[in-house]
Design a protein around this ligand. Structure first.
Ligand SMILES: [Zn+2]
Length: 246
């Protein structure tokens, strides 16, 4: 049962027939692991926290720099030089103190991510590189955790939601870069593009948890220059590693 304060706080989304009191209760129980608290991660974490999820674990290894402020809306000028997860935790906790925010300054790889996935209902990739997106995808498939992955460049973005046993995974759709390329030069990013795609990631989690239509087996391609949103049907690839993970 929601208490009086929760009814007031979430009244506008409880009014939605797609959410209601029952949906709000579901949201208040979910635990999410979000990889990255940058351009995609800022709006994603803010909206999930505002919506009243149960627990949000955030991982990032970075500190705030001046060039982040154009798109990473969790941070302010005064935060430059600070650890991102520390600032993010304070900001998110001040937004909604009933959400359990857990912040970890860590580098994510196939081993380290295992420490944070216990008990989680959803995995969200908000990283800025392909290597991590494939890693997050693998982790979701191998541990049977629903996952949402987005990518952005300039005015363009893509987003896919993965239900491990049911739908196409990230690797069914994209091929993994052959070599590790740590020297990737920064990509152009419009701040709003990160805002739109990060917000859509939060929305995908909310809708998937509530059993509403989502982006499983559909890759959404967003072009914010021409203002087009196209959904492309994708299917599980029988040659992909995810195909026999039952
Ligand atoms: Zn696959």
């Amino acid at each position: 049962m929601l208490n009086e304060k929760e009814f007031e706080r979430y009244s506008r989304q409880i009014l939605s027939e797609s959410i209601g009191e029952e949906g709000q209760q579901k949201l208040s129980k979910i635990k999410i692991l979000q990889i990255g608290t940058g351009g995609l991660g800022s709006p994603c974490a803010l909206y999930l926290t505002a919506a009243g999820i149960g627990e949000l674990r955030i991982i990032d290894n970075d500190t705030v720099s001046v060039s982040n402020l154009q798109r990473q809306i969790l941070y302010s000028e005064a935060d430059v030089g600070q650890e991102k997860v520390k600032v993010a935790k304070e900001r998110l906790s001040s937004l909604n103190s009933s959400v359990n925010i857990k912040a970890y300054k860590d580098y994510v790889d196939d081993e380290s991510i295992k420490k944070y996935i216990n008990d989680i209902d959803f995995l969200i990739d908000c990283s800025d590189n392909m290597k991590t997106k494939f890693l997050v995808n693998r982790t979701g498939i191998q541990n049977n955790i629903r996952t949402v992955i987005a990518g952005i460049k300039d005015f363009y973005g893509q987003i896919l939601t993965i239900n491990p046993k049911e739908s196409a995974c990230y690797q069914c759709v994209f091929s993994e870069p052959e070599e590790e390329d740590d020297s990737e030069s920064p990509l152009p990013v419009i701040g709003v593009t990160a805002g739109v795609l990060g917000t859509l990631e939060a929305l995908e989690v909310i809708k998937t948890v509530l059993g509403l239509p989502n982006l499983e087996n559909q890759l959404l391609m967003v072009n914010l220059l021409n203002m087009t949103f196209n959904k492309i049907k994708v299917i599980k690839d029988e040659n992909c590693f995810c195909y026999c993970m039952e």
